[in-house]
Design a protein around this ligand. Sequence first.
Ligand code: PLP
Length: 420
Amino acid sequence: AEARDRYVQRNPVSRKLHEESYEYMPGGNTRTILHVSPFPITFTSGKDATLTSVDHDTYTDFLGEYSAGIFGHSNVRIAEAVREGLSNGWNYGGQTIMEKEMAKKVVTRFRPSGMEMVRFTNSGTESNTVAIAAALNFTKRRKILVFSSGYHGGTLIFPMDLMKNPATTNVNLPHDFVFAPYNNIGETTATIKSLPTASLAAIMVEPIQGSGGCRPATKEFLQYLRETADAQKCLLIVDEVMASRLGPNGCSATMGIKADLMSLGKYVGGGMTFGAFGGRRDVMELFDPEKSGLQHPGTYNNNVVTMSAGIVALDIYNASEVERLNAFGADFKTKLQEVLIRHHRLPVMFVTGRGSMLNVRFSGPHAPELRALYYFHMLENYIYLAPRGYTPLNLELKDQDVLKYLAVFENFIVKYNSVV
Ligand code: PLP
């Protein structure tokens, strides 16, 4: 309560803006994920790895726009590409040169993960929705297997509660989904066996669950899903909207599998409104109007600004930068774990994740309160992160930023020694 009170006192302008927003948006907000009780911080600008609030505080950004902000803020090369895109008009209602260039770049880069052809969308959610439509049409089946704590977008959320009690959960799901526990081969096999023969159109999985707490799939689990999809003659849809940052050719390739369809989003569009899905040529040809002509229109699918930003983004986040950011994250994770071991805090506090995707987490009956305390403590020390402790790293972060994080992290444990 004290940490929360200090937060309220330190951010009066954010508080006022939030109260005003309530009049026009439910919860005062248009992205559920940004909801913070009693109110979120409002920002006015971002530069490199920092964000400045309406209350004139500058934070080191360890949230990186939930992983889309891999380039930090105000990247000069992306800004230049966007300006150039704007200078020639940006909504033609016709083909653009940039979309072919972007498609070639995306297919070339992600081919080892299964991408043979691609289509663009406006978000990761939309990519997954259209990928599911492709699977239903390709297989002429209805069921989609998804996993506990999976997140595939705003209309495709599968929290643990939904698995336990589908009847009572607040559901917003458009399809005939079937649920199985993530990383559990035995129970997944049992779930599939319980279905009518030849009813499964697709298996949809994140190679590392981002929203679900940065939990990587085991290699065995992904390989099992690959073999199962083949045996069931259904499609394996790998959601790499967050995970593609983990490998120079996407995440699936790093785990030795190829998706039938994969979805992309976030950083691949350079921070613009972006999504993509693609995969096997025979499946993607469903969208060829000269062949089966499955519909996938979309006013902004080839938006000049987005395409221009994406082309440059993929050049900036090249193979050596992927490697550098992953190594930076691995080192950070080791140092966080060293602090936890030194202070005997495992397993009440622990760190999950892989490469540049990390999550500081809490376990036990007081986990929600500790998570909130941690969040307010980090903000009080000018470190911005997700309320759930998610920390996707960005290219602008420096060693000194990690040292600062580690000091504040250790200080949290010492200061709240009696409760953590
Ligand atoms: N899939 C995964 C794995 C995600 O993490 C997200 C977003 O966080 C999405 C899909 C949805 O992407 P968007 O927010 O662009 O709709």
